[in-house]
Write a protein that binds this ligand. Structure first.
Ligand code: NAD
Length: 351
């Protein structure tokens, strides 16, 4: 069987998530190149994941130029997505791009145009689409046994990004909405074929206007009401004021039933006086009662998402709805309108 040759750009947190997923499908892939700013960190990353037959690069332009690969996996901070993507597409590679697609709608559109012009594919890494519990919820809805969704409430929240690049709007594109809210926004757009009709949003102001993170330029609290073209209402929330570990939660109220999903609430409760080694992402402490995650990277969807992309790239086809470049673009458009709505205090209609 042909294996997909992959060049990973980035060797930190986001790259770790993807590397874990590649390791589950080693029979389908070869990691042939890894690029980061610091070669020691690149080598440590490769060692952590058991990658051996790869070339290490400390410059992504050179990596893209020199590395003989089929696909470039972009796991660098948001402001670099566009430049890396354009270089990779122009070099004739398909790409996987981490969320958000870019920091601006214009850059996202340019990526889509470039991929279309060159006949290359963008796989947009929205892990929520492959979270098994969310997929089960969709299966229940499709069975018709709860009726049509009337109202969805969804959120991703935690206590703040570990990445220094999340502190400035130039590098990140905004605050908690673009960094965390991007997941529920993409998910709901995928559920509704990108067809929404109206939104109204509110955010904390950034810097001194924030609730907790007063040196961060972007907002640390954001909420939006959205109405979709089929009449479904939704509220989406994203914040950096949530202590106690990451929350990925969705409640779906339907005509004849309701579905509650909490990706962070696993089946195990543990109590530890000295503290466990790890419980869940972004948990500040691990002592006392906790709900240690069971295979977190699978639960959050990274494993399924990456396998789907690899299968699609090997077959030369697009990813499923919600995971294509155009879905990343639609998400960017909605997020930019969420910021416009919050900034100007207006409701926005999508005629
Ligand atoms: N889907 C998810 O839930 C999820 C989770 C975490 C991160 N992400 C995304 O992954 C991407 C990376 O985030 P992260 O948390 O790993 O960030 P990070 O700040 O922890 O790491 C950034 C990586 O990019 C490299 N880098 C930075 N500047 C560079 C440059 N000029 N040239 C080459 N490499 C450079 C760094 O060396 C490092 O390896 C972001 O777009 C983020 O939104 C997604």
């Amino acid at each position: 069987m042909r294996k997909l040759k992959i060049l990973i750009i980035g060797s930190a947190f986001g790259a770790d998530l993807h590397a874990d997923a590649y390791n589950r499908i080693r029979e389908k892939i070869d990691i042939v190149g890894i690029s980061g700013r610091d070669l020691d960190r690149v080598r440590a990353f490769a060692k952590r994941h058991g990658f051996t037959d790869y070339t290490a690069y400390d410059d992504y332009s050179r990596a893209i130029e020199e590395c003989d690969c089929d696909l470039v996996d972009i796991c660098v901070p948001n402001f670099l997505h566009h430049d890396v993507a354009i270089k990779a597409l122009e070099r004739g590679r398909d790409i996987i791009c981490e969320k958000p697609l870019t920091t601006t709608v214009e850059e996202a559109q340019d990526m889509i145009n470039t991929a279309e012009r060159l006949g290359k594919r963008i796989y947009y890494a929205e892990d929520w689409i492959f979270a098994p519990a969310f997929r089960k919820a969709m299966e229940i809805i499709e069975s018709g046994k709860v009726g049509k969704p009337l109202y969805v409430r969804a959120r991703e929240c935690h206590s703040g990004s570990h990445s220094p690049f999340a502190q400035t709007i130039e590098y990140c594109g905004g605050g908690s909405m673009i960094h965390l809210g991007v997941h529920p926004v993409s998910y709901l757009l995928a559920m509704k074929n990108n067809e929404w009709s109206e939104l109204v949003a509110m955010t904390s102001g950034g810097l001194e206007g924030n609730l907790v993170h007063r040196t961060m330029e972007g907002e640390d609290w954001a909420g939006v009401f959205i109405r979709f073209k089929d009449g479904t209402f939704a509220t989406i929330e994203a914040n950096y004021i949530t202590t106690g570990g990451m929350e990925d939660v969705m409640d779906i109220y339907c005509e004849q039933g309701v579905i509650h999903i909490d990706l962070s609430a696993g089946p195990i409760r543990a109590y530890s006086i000295p503290g466990l080694d790890y419980t869940i992402e972004k948990a500040e402490i691990t002592t006392g009662w906790s709900t240690p995650a069971v295979d977190e990277k699978h639960t959050l969807g990274y494993a399924g998402e990456i396998e789907h992309f690899v299968d699609c790239a090997l077959a030369g086809v697009d990813a499923e709805a919600g995971l294509r470049g155009i879905d990343g673009l639609e998400t960017m458009k909605v997020i930019s309108l969420i910021y416009k709505s919050a900034c100007e205090g207006i409701a926005i209609k999508n005629e």
